[in-house]
Ligand binder design. Structure first.
Ligand SMILES: [Zn+2]
Ligand SMILES: [Zn+2]
Length: 279
């Protein structure tokens, strides 16, 4: 799962074949990039050495950050020790725990514990609220000339025009909420994920099995499509994307139908499909 936000990339998990798909997606090899690993099962990390190798080989020079559960440092460093990776760019690896968050200028990543057979992390990406829309026409009508005074109003200050004081709120709308996106794979439906996913614009959730295999989902620490839909509903998310569908389903449309009975705004993305998300 690759998220592109302006010039930045966030990759969620790195199973086998990721490097090939990544190059095919032409996502850009030298962008600011973070890779988030949910847990140390092969289908989520076996693509990582290949990905690092490819990026280096293709000429990446910028630092890359890898975020994951305890053990991710050992995984990357031991592969690097045994197989000398062709590394031309710095790699920063950060081990995180449920409850932690990673703060950046315009957004925050929150971490929660998923419910799987081994320690597994779910991540939520949350943009910080953006300042309200500036009504330029109104500012002109109120006699505020374009220039430094507009900047003052935009940053929440008030200005004086003649004998009149103009408050920011007269020309700047309410703060706009940012995009929220939650990634929860692999997991049983659980309260920690519901809380993490609260009011997501897009919830990407484990949907390994159909209802007829509900016992299997429970046994292997995965969710059925309908269970994923329940998480979407209870977290008041806007759209649910069903992922991590078991290979035993050649046709996953019955899973989509089962989820839609619980949560109508459900989608079943194809490989290489692009989805736009806004707040
Ligand atoms: Zn797993
Ligand atoms: Zn998995």
């Amino acid at each position: 799962m690759l998220v592109r936000r302006g010039p930045e990339l966030f990759l969620f998990d790195c199973g086998e074949g990721t490097q090939r798909q990544f190059l095919q997606a032409r996502a850009g090899i030298n962008r600011k990039m973070r890779i988030f690993i949910s847990h140390l099962h092969g289908d989520h990390v076996f693509g990582l050495p290949g990905m690092l190798h490819s990026l280096s080989f293709m000429g990446r020079s910028n630092e890359l950050e890898i975020v994951g559960p305890r053990g991710i440092v050992e995984f990357v460093t031991s592969v690097n020790r045994v197989v000398k990776l062709y590394n031309r760019f710095p790699i920063r690896i950060r081990e995180v725990k449920p409850g932690q968050s990673i703060d950046d200028v315009e957004y925050t990543f929150r971490v929660a514990g998923a419910r799987h057979g081994i320690p597994c992390l779910a991540y939520a990406f949350e943009e910080k609220p953006r300042s309200g829309r500036f009504d330029a026409a109104k500012a002109r009508r109120l006699g505020v000339p374009e220039g430094p005074l507009w900047k003052v109003l935009q940053s929440g200050g008030s200005v004086r025009v003649g004998r009149r004081r103009i408050l920011s709120k007269l020309v700047v709308g309410p703060a706009r909420r940012g995009v929220k996106l939650t990634y929860a794979v692999d997991t049983r439906p659980c309260p920690q994920v519901i809380k993490l996913a609260s009011r997501s614009d897009l919830l990407i959730h484990d949907s390994c099995f159909a209802e007829s295999a509900a016992a299997k989902a429970q046994e292997y620490g995965h969710s059925t499509a309908a269970e994923a839909a329940t998480v979407a509903k209870r977290s008041k998310s806007r759209v649910l994307a069903l992922v991590h569908i078991s290979a035993m389903y050649e046709d996953a449309s019955p899973l989509l139908a089962e989820a839609k009975k619980v949560f109508r705004q459900t989608i079943l993305p194809r490989d290489m499909q692009t989805i736009s998300v806004d707040a």
